[in-house]
Design a protein around this ligand. Structure first.
Ligand SMILES: Cc1cc2nc3c(=O)[nH]c(=O)nc-3n(C[C@H](O)[C@H](O)[C@H](O)COP(=O)(O)O)c2cc1C
Length: 324
């Protein structure tokens, strides 16, 4: 497949595995990149900037294909030394970075000076346009369907993508509840130069998380997500479980503040979920693409299947629609 994104990034297929806190480690990134997509490690999954360099070195032992690191800039309880992480990413030698969360302005000079291509992920056209003016090379458009931070505008990709096609000059990729070949073909038709997936890659062989979580992705449907932290204007789409129900109840009670909720959403609960497979012990981001997840393939099987199905649609079904 050839799009502006495959050309710019030097990858075979326009499929990116988005940064995933605690999940996006070297093995998964290498598997995605070896399968022809772009694998991304998540910087803040590592406790220090030096550990990011080690993770990239480890990933390099598993693939010679392009790989990237995600740097998510969000308000945190403990301040994060973002510039130090950015410098470590440069030192690691990766040539592609995914930024997300807030405006990436503070780290852009560090990346641009090193000749790094920056993919900025955002949930609105106004943020996408801002990122374009800051020099971002590719925009990843996270529609309201996406896992994790959905923004506060609630505009889905069926509308965001054609708006991006009208208003952006740089290439963009579609992100949010994507997982199959039909959706890749549709994203390309809507003007995107590729797709980004998170939840679909949770249910792959090379993803290190507990099998219980992968099977929850297989069993889950398009209805099994819950948006929490709406009232705090930090809306996040999570896998619906006992904790997200509790969070939703607290969110609906105007007397409650983040202080009343933070123990439930704390990252310290994540080992119970991801390492021990206790599905009601914590929260994790997921999207309704669960309805389209029916198995736990290798990354190569998944990517080949998506590309084959999209190619078939583009070559056969769509031309037939306009045949004379
Ligand atoms: C478990 C999980 C953790 C995530 N953590 C991050 C993160 O730390 N930073 C980030 O930019 N995006 C994060 N995301 C969002 C993904 O990179 C991607 O944008 C999103 O998953 C796309 O929606 P989808 O899951 O429907 O494919 C996470 C997603 C998941 C599923």
């Amino acid at each position: 497949m050839k799009t502006r994104v495959t050309e710019m990034l030097g990858i075979r297929y326009p499929i990116v595995c988005g940064g995933m806190m605690r999940v996006g480690r070297a093995k998964l990134a290498a598997a995605v990149s070896n399968a022809g997509g772009l694998g991304i490690m998540t910087a803040l999954s590592l406790p220090t900037p030096d550990e990011v360099i080690k993770e990239v070195v480890l990933c390099r032992t598993m693939t010679d294909q392009p790989i990237a690191v995600n740097l998510t800039i969000l308000p945190t309880i403990t301040p994060v030394p973002y510039e130090d992480y950015a410098r470590a990413i440069v030192a690691s030698g990766v040539k592609i970075v995914e930024t997300a969360g807030n405006n990436p302005q503070r780290v852009m000079p560090i990346f641009k000076e090193a000749g790094i291509k920056v993919i900025h992920k955002c949930t609105s056209i106004r943020h996408a346009k801002k990122a374009e003016t800051l020099g971002c090379d590719i925009i990843s458009i996270d529609g309201f369907e996406c896992a994790g931070h959905v923004g506060e505008d609630d505009v889905p990709n069926m509308l965001l993508l054609p708006l991006a096609a009208e208003q952006l000059s740089v290439p963009f990729i579609a992100s949010g509840a994507l997982g199959n070949g039909r959706q890749l073909a549709a994203a390309l038709a809507l003007g995107a130069d590729g797709i980004n997936m998170g939840t679909r890659f949770l249910a792959t062989q090379e993803c290190w998380i507990h099998d219980n979580v992968k099977q929850a992705m297989v069993r889950g449907t398009e209805l099994d997500t819950q948006i929490v932290f709406r009232r705090l204007r930090n809306s996040s789409r999570l896998f619906k479980n006992a904790i997200t129900r509790e969070l939703a109840a607290l969110d609906a009670d105007p007397t409650k503040t983040f202080e009343d909720m933070k123990h439930l959403a704390s990252g310290s609960r994540s080992p119970a979920v991801f390492e021990r497979g206790e599905l009601d012990a914590g929260t994790w981001s997921s999207s309704g693409v669960m309805g389209l997840i029916h198995d736990v393939p290798t990354c190569a099987e998944l990517i080949e299947r998506i590309v084959a199905d999209a190619t078939e649609i583009i070559r056969k079904r769509l031309p037939a629609v306009v045949a004379d």
